[in-house]
Design a protein around this ligand. Sequence first.
Ligand code: PLP
Length: 451
Amino acid sequence: KIQELSELDKKYFLHPTTVPKAFIEEGPKIIFSEGNGIRVKDIKGDSYIDGVSMLWNVNLGYGQKELADAAHQQLSKLPYSSSFYGYSNEPAIRLAEKIVSLAPGKSSAVFYTSGGSESNETAFKLARYYWSLKGKSEKKIIISIKRSYHGATIATGSATGIEGFHNFSGSSGNDMIHAKGHLTNCELGDKTDPEYEGCIRDVIEKEGAHRIAAVILEPIQGAGGVHVSPDGYLQAVKKLCEENEVLFIADEVISGFGRTGKMFGVNHWEVEPDIICVAKGITSGYSQLGAVILSEELRETLVQTEQILGHGFTYSGHPTACAVGLKTIEIIERDNLVENAANMEKILKEGFVYLQDKHPHVAKTRAVGLLAGFDLQADRDNDVPFEQSIRAAKTVVEECFKRKLILRAADFEVGKNIVAVAPPLVINKQELEEVIGIIDDALTSFEKSLG
Ligand code: PLP
């Protein structure tokens, strides 16, 4: 059966973010079949710890029967209904109310999508629409920053600040500008900062605030390599946005719903975005759902007009997805999983200290809740990267995989070797120590390979 599935996969299934030529030669690395808690099994019956919650989304882990039941009940009752033309359904209504009650500040309404890219795409469109309703239709530019990941559509891929994602389709739209990443002094207005040119403030000044619709940021960058916004940065950008009539979009597709030890990533810095984009953790991957959370000001402007809101997806407000979302949030709250993520951060940090003491190449460890990672460097004291040929992060992740732990490497940037760790929020101390133990062994093996 394994052989048969592997051959069919190679022949018929074109996989995302995979080199097709290599895939056709090697076949699938693993074919998953079932899961329970933080572990997933493949069709051979081998069990793996999912140390990155697949794509940072399976936050409640596997085998959550209550989520399966919620989906089953809704599928049996009303599997689907549209939310166009004034139609609605109860799970979508109740979930919208729930999301708004949890979201920071003056959040007041939700627009549904089927995932993160659609959420960010929607945010860009709504931001431009908002300004046109305000009589400022010149405001079209979206500013994002280096190392960000915002999605796979043409616009969100274009906003993405990881260059590799542009090579594929040449996605770099006219009205998308990448600013430099994470500079606090520049955003505070320090023009003597040597990095000033190209920072968000500089981009706004050069392009002219009258042309800028929004700035989009992940409070903590995920795919780019788990880069945490420095303290003061998000507040400074938010202030800059306010001063220049620019909307502030928080991409909380990874950081939303408890991943960082608070319900939303921006809660760590007490910043109130105009728009918050979510997906992934909202259903823990048990169904496909995303949402765009709008501030009161945006909602009020949008609902005042007689114009049709010419945007939406067949699956906007999908009742089954929303029923799964409601149950996901119920479990997060009932089982104190946001608190658990915050508590596990401490265990993870202790583990990172242990790894850093024992392994000379482990550098720049960081963890906010259960969104964590570390760098691998040839000489960490002098910030010297490994030579490109060594593929340090990839090797360590492969060594972990051999030991039945799934992690993720971020090594698309020359000289950067980052390993991401983001297990399900249901993980306990003992399991987390098991994860650290496996990374420990994998690092030892990597060091031996260096000779
Ligand atoms: N935004 C962020 C921060 C993400 O990490 C991702 C996906 O990894 C997306 C947007 C895109 O979400 P999706 O893959 O659901 O379209």
